[in-house]
Ligand binder design. Structure first.
Ligand code: ATP
Ligand code: ZN
Length: 327
C-alpha cells in the first residue's frame, strides 16, 4: 500500500519534482523520466511495463541474492513456477472476490480458418478483434506464493515443524501507473510459512526484523507500518479495515517516488487459515493450517536503491555495492 502515514514526517520527504536526482548531475522532472533518460528503464508505450538495463538487472539480481543469504538458515524448499497459475486454482483462491480489478487472465485464439480470416479482416480495418479470443486454462500469477498452496495441500498433512517454501516469480497486476514502483509486471521473492498460528507469527516477526536489518545494511531510509490490501468495492473496505485492525499485514516503507508517500517494498503477511479453508491444508494434528509470507518486491527495492543512492553505481556507498555481490 502507498499508505498515507500519520508519522510519515519521521521520514525525509521524497525528492519533490524538478530537483536533481542524486548522482545524475542533472535536473529532471520525475524519477521515472530520469530512469528512462538514463536508459535504466526502457519504455514500451504501456504504463507499468518496462524493459530493464543490465545495470538494473545486476542490482535486482544482487538484491535477490541478498534475500537468499538472509534466509539461508531457513532451509526452505525452493520452488519455482512460471508466472502463471492454473485458472481452476485461481478461481478457488477467491482472488476474484477480493481483487477482480488487478487480475490478468490469458486468452488465446481458438477458432477455425473462417474465424482466423475474420480476425485478420478486423485487424486490417483497425477494428476490435479481441472478441475472437477465448479464455485459456491459465491466468497470470498475482503474487509469487499463490501457486504453492494447492501443491502443498496435495501432499497431505504438514510435518510437525510445518514447512518453509522459497518462491520467486514475475507477477502481474493490472494497475497501470506513472509511478515507476507500480508496475504491471514485477518480481516478487517470498518466504512462505505453513504451520500453526504460533509458528506463523514467530516467522513473521523474525522476517520483519530481518527485513529492517536488510534495509539498514543497504542504507535505505525506511519505516514499518500496519497496512491493508486494496480489496475491491464497498464490501472490500470492511475487509481492509478488519485486516488492519487485526494487524495481519505489515509493510516496510521506503521513500522512492516524487512527492509521494513512501512505498511498500517488503510486506509481512499473516493469512490466518484463509488458504486452508480453500484447500485441504492441515497440520500434523489435523487442524486447519495457518499460513504467512514475507514478500520482497525485488523491483521496488531496486528502484529504492537507485532513488536513494543515485543512478550512477560508482557513487553508491562501497558497502552497499559489496552487499549486493560486488556490483
Ligand atoms: P501495494 O499496496 O503498493 O499495491 P502491497 O504491499 O499490497 O503493494 P503485496 O501484495 O504485499 O503488495 O506484494 C508484495 C510486494 O510486492 C510488495 O511489498 C511490493 O514490494 C511488491 N509489489 C506489489 N505490487 C507491486 C507493483 N505494482 N509493482 C512493483 N512491485 C509491487
Ligand atoms: Zn505471499
Amino acid at each position: 500500500m502507498e499508505a498515507s502515514l500519520d508519522n510519515a514526517s519521521e521520514l525525509p520527504d521524497a525528492v519533490p519534482p524538478d530537483t536533481s536526482v542524486a548522482g545524475t548531475g542533472y535536473t529532471t522532472p520525475t524519477f521515472l523520466q530520469a530512469l528512462i533518460d538514463a536508459d535504466i528503464l526502457i519504455p514500451t508505450g504501456v504504463d507499468g511495463i518496462y524493459g530493464r538495463s543490465g545495470v538494473y538487472e545486476a542490482i535486482a539480481e544482487g538484491m535477490n541474492a541478498l534475500v537468499t543469504q538472509a534466509g539461508a538458515d531457513q532451509h526452505a524448499e525452493v520452488l519455482r513456477f512460471p508466472p502463471t497459475t492454473p485458472r481452476k486454482d485461481f478461481e478457488d483462491s477467491e482472488y476474484l472476490k477480493s481483487f477482480p480489478h488487478l487480475a490478468g487472465t490469458v486468452h488465446s485464439f481458438c477458432g477455425n480458418e473462417r474465424d482466423h480470416f475474420r480476425l485478420l479482416e478486423r485487424l486490417e480495418e483497425g477494428e476490435d478483434w479481441t472478441d475472437q479470443q477465448r479464455p485459456t486454462r491459465v491466468v497470470l500469477t498475482p503474487a509469487a506464493c499463490y501457486p504453492i498452496y494447492p501443491v502443498m495441500a496435495r501432499r497431505g498433512p504438514l510435518p510437525p515443524e510445518g514447512r518453509v517454501v522459497d518462491v520467486f516469480s514475475y507477477c502481474f497486476r493490472h494497475e497501470p501507473s506513472l509511478e515507476p514502483t507500480r508496475m504491471q509486471m514485477f518480481r516478487m521473492r517470498e518466504y512462505v510459512r505453513l504451520g500453526n498460528a504460533g509458528q506463523i507469527l514467530a516467522f513473521r516477526q523474525m522476517w520483519i526484523e530481518r527485513g529492517q536489518a536488510l534495509a539498514d545494511q543497504l542504507e535505505l531510509r525506511h519505516m514499518l507500518d500496519v497496512a491493508n490490501d486494496p480489496f475491491f468495492g464497498r464490501g472490500g473496505k470492511l475487509v481492509a479495515d478488519n485486516q488492519r485492525d487485526q494487524k495481519l499485514k505489515f509493510e516496510l516503507l521506503i521513500p522512492v517516488n516524487d512527492g509521494a508517500p513512501p512505498t511498500a517494498c517488503m510486506s509481512f503477511n499473516y493469512h490466518v487459515d484463509h488458504f486452508s479453508t480453500v484447500w485441504t491444508l492441515r497440520t500434523s494434528d489435523g487442524e486447519k493450517a495457518h499460513t504467512g509470507c514475507a514478500a520482497f518486491g525485488i523491483d521496488r527495492l531496486t528502484l529504492a536503491l537507485l532513488r536513494q543512492h543515485g543512478l550512477e553505481l560508482g557513487q553508491w556507498p562501497k558497502t552497499v555495492r559489496a552487499a549486493l555481490g560486488g556490483i
